[in-house]
Design a protein around this ligand. Sequence first.
Ligand code: ADP
Ligand code: MG
Length: 335
Amino acid sequence: MPVIHRLSDLLVNQIAAGEVVERPASVLKEVLENAIDAGSRAIEVQLEQGGVRRIRVADDGCGIGRDDLALALERHATSKIATLDDLEHVGTMGFRGEALAAIAAVARTSITSRASGASHAWRIDGSDGSLAPAALNHGTVVDVADLYYNTPARRKFLKTEGTEYAHCDDMFRRVALARPDIGLQLSHNGRVVHRLPPGAPAARVAALMGDDFLQHAREVSAEGGLLRLTGFASLPAYSRASRDAQFFFVNGRFVRDKLLTHAVREAYTDILHGSRHPAYVLFLELDPAGVDVNVHPAKIEVRFRESRAVHQFVYHALKRVLAESGAGRIDAQPA
Ligand code: ADP
Ligand code: MG
């Protein structure tokens, strides 16, 4: 007869890591979102070897107190929600309290942090939970090294350094587009790749999508009921052969959502050839209670309470902007 036993915390976290930590870019996402939730104004990312060797994120946010450092690495421990009601109105990027625990189970992880008002910083070593005083002026430094060093089966699924780096770069761009108000820097193998000062949305979009996109895009700014759509959408002359320049954010979160993609596509049907794709950076804002972000750990999918109304709103808002710009039908154009 088989005997039932409880799994160790480490193994539980390593299993959970399969959902949360798919690759270096997913670590970067979680750690960046934590820095944002901490109210940071400036965030610096250093990657080595596509993020596999190291992902180090330094922020100037609220920090973590000495006594909370161990909890930060524990599964199901979070400062962001406490009740079901909080969950339904979640305004932070994170809320599950599982990312750092999962990351620490599959990589050599340390957190150095100085809580605002504290006389100095503390550093916790994720491998044994040991705490030691550390030097840091403010904020938090999360250091994640040697991803999957203890889980060789996972390590085998990592792609080349170039591919993993490209995924990290994509992730960084999404965050940078969503938060032009935050200064962001990314370096890879010691070389600075992006240095983005805080500023207006248009400046951030130009820095990441190119001036050319901005010159061939219309600004979107629409409001209806509790819905708001802002951002930039390309005119047909700037259409692309692939969907590589499509960014949709819902309440600050990058999403890839069938309903929204469809609404955008519909708005372009009369003016864009079927084989061409528009480029856009769009931000939909709505009451957090009207959207469920708790669908998947990586949270790229969302579910709308009033999905039809959302579809109609996005479709009409874009259609109007494109019609006002006088965009006529343009067939295949070079990207
Ligand atoms: P979640 O973000 O879902 O709460 P995480 O495992 O990502 O779960 O983080 C656990 C907790 O650690 C957070 O709730 C937060 O209190 C703290 N934390 C993590 N990163 C930072 C940071 N950069 N600055 C301040 N606090 C942080
Ligand atoms: Mg988090």
